[in-house]
Every structure is written in C-alpha cells, then in structure tokens.
Design a protein around this ligand. Structure first.
Ligand code: TEU
Ligand code: CA
Length: 549
C-alpha cells in the first residue's frame, strides 16, 4: 500500500551537533549564532528541516543529553532570543527546526531532581528511587544505581550517574512532558527527535536475565506503558500541530518498530533503528567483523518492506563517519580517489532508499573519522567507559585503542571543516575537540564551487529525489546481492529506477543476471559516466549507477 504523502516524508533533514558546527565567539565551542551565520549554506543543500541536537541548559556531562532546564538555552550556545532568531531565520528559508526531546532522564542538576532527593513534594517520586539495587547494567557499561546520601536511597540511571531516569508511573511527570512539548511547538518548531524513547517505562525493577549487553532490558524496552505514553502525547499535544516525530529506539526488532511507528498505531512517525549500520559489527557497534553487501541488502530489505515509512540515516552524533565505515577514506580530499567515489556511492544508496533521509553535518562533504593518535584526545564518556571495561577484561592497550578508534562517537563530533585554514573556519582559537588535519584538503570551501565535488553530488541526489515520485514513494525491491555488489529497484505506477553499488576497491564483473537487469537510461553515475550501454559488463572500483527503466 503506497504511503500517505506528507511534507516531512518528501523533505530531507539535516542534523546539527551544535558544539561542532560553527563557533561565533571564539570559545572553541559551536553555538546558535554560528548556526544562524550558516543558514544559507544549509539552505543551499536543499534540506527542508534542521534537527538540532540539544541546546538546552545542561552541565554538558553528555554534551547536552543531560538537561537541567528544558525551557532555557545553555549560555555556551546562546540565548532564547538567539533560538527565536534561528527558528525565524530558518522559516524564511522554508526550513523547519526539530528539537531533540530528551525525556528518559534529566540532569541530576535539574531542579526536579534536587527537590526529589530532598523529598520535596510534588517532586518526591519524579525519579526511580529504591532501597536496594538490582543487577541491571547501564548503556555506558557500568552499574546503573547511584546511592544518594540525602535521600538515603538509590536512584536508577540507564546512562551516566548524572542522568537520573524519570518515573513515568508518576502522572505529574507526564504532565511536565506535555508542557515541554507545547512550549516548543508554540514557538513554531516542526517536530521532535525523541531520545531513547523506547526505554522510558520500567514495568518492574526485578533482576534481569544476565546478558553481555544491557542486563534488565526485558523490564524496560518497548513496554506497554511506553506505548500508552506515546499514544497519549500524540493525542493530547502533537496532533494539534503540523509537526512530526522521529524516535531513537535502541535494541529494537521489526515488530517492535512497527508498534512504535506504523501509521495505525498513532505513536511516532518514524524510528531510528541501528541494524543497517551493524552489518560489520558485533555487540552493537563495538567489535568489528567482515562487511558483506549481501548482508546489508538483506537488512535494508527487511526494514524497507517491513515498515510503513522509514528514517534513512548513515551517520549521527553516536555513530562513526560512513565513508570511513562502509566506504574507503584513503585519498581524503582528493579527486577521483576511493574516498570521493565511496562517499558519492553512499549518497546514491541513501537517496534511493524509501524513507525520509537524515544527513548529518559534514557527511555532505565526506568528512572522515578522526585522526587522533592517542586516547587523551578522546572526550566522549561512552568511549572512556568502554576503555575502562576493556582494560578490566584484560584487553591489551594496542587492541583497546584499535577498537575504540573504530567505534568512538567522537569520530562524528570533530568540528565541521569549512575551510583549509587554521581552525578550519570553525573557530579561531583552540576547539573543544581536535580538528581533523585533513581539513587542508577536505573542506566545504574547496567543494562549494566544484561541480564534481562530494557536496555538489549530494545536492544533485537531493534534487533528483525531490523531483521523483518513484524515489520518494515507490516500492523497494531487492534484485541482486553478492559480498561486494548490491542491486535494488524502486517502482511505482509503471516507472522504476534501478540502483547498483560496488562496495569494493576493485572493478567487478557483472554476471548475466545483473547484466539483464541493468538495462535503462543513466540517471546518476558517481564516476562521471555520461551514458550506460546494455553491453556494460562490469562496475569500476566503488562505482554506483542509477538507471531509469
Ligand atoms: O543515544 C542512545 C544510545 O543508545 C547511545 O547511547 C549509544 O551511543 C549507543 O551506543 C548507540 O549505538 C542517545 C543519544 O543519541 C546519545 O547521544 C546519548 O548519549 C544517550 O541517548 C543518552 O541521552
Ligand atoms: Ca562559541
């Protein structure tokens, strides 16, 4: 059944990580005036929405995902006036702003928590307090109970101890969240990205079945109470506004995603799952294994055909750079290098799948994983906790560093590379996180006026999708897959596009089945082909083609 058309299904979303986008006052940390100064560049990419990672008041222990006041902007990012200017400046460019809604937990410096630990009503039961601990483990690989002297009890934190979980069994907490949604929607924002939104309801605090990853998950993942909260927020608030929601849903399978996001459920409009980015990973994204294009196509097919609508992302502030992950970043910044070809191939994949595309800042110029040489350059708490755990498990230092480099969230948090100059045009002084030295060759300025650059290619793909009903709403069909090659089609009302991607640095011969399928007019080539003739029997290294059939 073809999906109900909607503006947020047709537009592209651009994710900004404010700390690392543009610094405007020289303190080495990106900020809202910096984002406002780059609105024309963002608009030039052709995006319809900006998703802003958290800018609320926060002690920044988890870079803003630990909020101490939902109604004010953290001074490092600017003021509420700056925020209003951003919303109106974006609106002038027909771009909506989506806020990050972090309501599974708050910061322990939030007034609610300070009053709750003092048993000051009505905040006494705003959090999950208990006389004793259970055996649950946290997402940041530690025990998830912290004892509070003042309260004389333990409180639950599925993430850092300065991120206590809210108690959704308390109806007052639900009302607080309703008010937060209303406050920001009344400011004219376009929707919410909902942080770890499928773990907010803890049905019981009983011990969990021992597991390597997240003991206790069965007691709080996708619980009935969770679905009830989401349905009520939709009915009570969200349905009164022309907005959309996308929920980050950890550790979910297809059935759980359907219950969270299919249209008849009236909960979320889309979910972020992680499956498609873990083809070459074990235990979430932390330990590497061999990549297979066939595996990737199998997983993409499951979600493409399994959900009413998908959220299509390859990068975000918790992942690594996709060109370094599924591509080949050698020759970064150089023309026709494996870096340029694979960065463009991944854009072909993203914009020819069915769903709303989410582009993460820097992905559009092909930014690569960081080039840190030692662990002390890493800032992310999750990476530090993982290192401590690996040390405890006896992993040698060289192996710890090898694997941490591959999975660290800091890989996508290095400052945006605007220019080849000092500070990469991000700032003038010392930036909060190291700038990749390859910015001298890989930067926005050198790609802006180059018709063949990765940036120009992203613009082309975004335009192609915008102009094609098939690429927006057409059915997805897998066709061919080998370890290195995948081919699929998008079809609707007799029109079709076929996409073929060679995920290897060598040219590959097309077998007879593939040759028969790859008939059509060339719509896109990432290596500058001008035509495609049926006798074409091979794909070059890191080559991708889209044919109109
Ligand atoms: O992420 C949830 C989450 O599961 C990530 O912590 C995690 O990185 C995981 O490794 C994903 O593979 C959300 C936010 O996106 C993240 O930045 C926050 O740290 C976290 O919640 C807590 O708010
Ligand atoms: Ca700043």
């Amino acid at each position: 059944m073809s999906p109900q058309p909607a503006w947020w299904k047709e537009g592209v979303v651009y994710q900004i990580y404010p700390r690392s986008f543009q610094d405007s006052n020289g303190d080495g940390i990106g900020d809202i005036p910096g984002i406002i100064s780059r609105l024309d560049e963002i608009a030039a990419l052709g995006v319809r929405v900006i998703w802003l990672s958290p800018v609320y008041k926060s002690p920044q222990v988890d870079n803003g995902y630990d909020i101490s006041d939902y109604y004010s902007i953290d001074p490092i990012f600017g003021s509420m006036e700056d925020m209003d200017r951003l919303i109106s400046g974006a609106k002038k460019r027909n771009i909506g702003i989506v806020m990050d809604l972090v309501i599974n937990h708050t910061s322990d410096e939030h007034e609610w928590f300070q009053k709750s630990r003092r048993r000051e009503d009505p905040y006494t039961d705003y959090y999950i307090w208990h006389k004793s601990k259970n055996n649950w483990t946290s997402f940041f690989m530690e025990d998830c109970w912290e004892y509070d002297d003042l309260r004389g009890e333990y409180y639950l934190h599925l993430f850092h101890k300065k991120q206590p979980d809210l108690n959704y069994k308390n109806p007052l907490v639900y009302d607080e969240v309703k008010n937060i949604l209303q406050f920001w929607l009344d400011k004219g924002i376009a929707g919410f990205r909902c942080d770890v939104i499928n773990v907010i309801w803890k049905t019981s605090l009983a011990d969990g079945k021992k597991s390597i990853m997240l003991t206790g998950l069965e007691h709080y993942k996708c619980q009935e109470g969770n679905h009830d909260i989401l349905q009520r927020l939709r009915k009570d608030v969200l349905s009164n506004y022309d907005c959309f929601t996308v929920g980050e849903a950890v550790m979910i399978n297809l059935e759980e995603a359907r219950l969270l996001s299919n249209e008849d459920r009236q909960e979320l409009d889309m979910v972020f799952y992680f499956d498609h980015l873990e083809v070459d990973r074990r235990f979430a994204r932390f330990f590497p294994k061999k990549f297979s294009a066939a595996q990737l196509l199998q997983r993409l097919t499951k979600w493409q055909q399994g959900l009413d609508w998908n959220a299509i992302y390859l990068e975000n502030h918790d992942q690594t750079r996709i060109v370094s992950h599924y591509g080949d970043d050698s020759g970064a910044g150089e023309k026709d290098s494996p870096w340029e070809r694979s960065a463009k191939l991944l854009a072909v994949l993203q914009f020819t799948l069915r769903g709303t595309p989410f582009v993460y800042q820097g992905q559009e110029i092909g930014m690569t994983n960081f080039d840190f040489s030692s662990f002390d350059q890493v800032k992310d708490i999750e990476t530090h906790n993982l290192s401590r755990l690996m040390k405890k498990l006896g992993f040698p230092a060289w192996l710890r560093w090898k694997w941490l480099k591959l999975s660290s969230r800091d890989n996508t948090r290095t400052p945006f590379q605007w220019t080849a100059g000092k500070g990469a045009g991000f700032n003038t002084e010392q930036s909060w996180l190291g700038i990749n030295a390859n910015h001298t060759k890989l930067n926005y300025e050198s790609q802006q006026n180059d018709a063949d650059s990765v940036l120009s290619f992203y613009k082309k793909m975004i335009n192609l999708r915008k102009s094609s009903e098939v690429l927006k709403y057409g059915d997805f069909k897998p066709l061919v897959a080998t370890n290195k090659l995948l081919i699929y089609s998008r079809e609707s009302s007799g029109e079709a596009y076929i996409t073929a991607c060679n995920f290897s640095g060598k040219c590959i011969k097309l077998n007879s089945e593939a040759r028969v399928l790859l008939q059509g007019t060339l719509a896109v080539s990432n290596i500058g082909r001008t035509e495609w003739n049926a006798s074409q029997a091979r794909l070059e290294a890191w080559e991708a083609v889209v044919l109109k059939v």
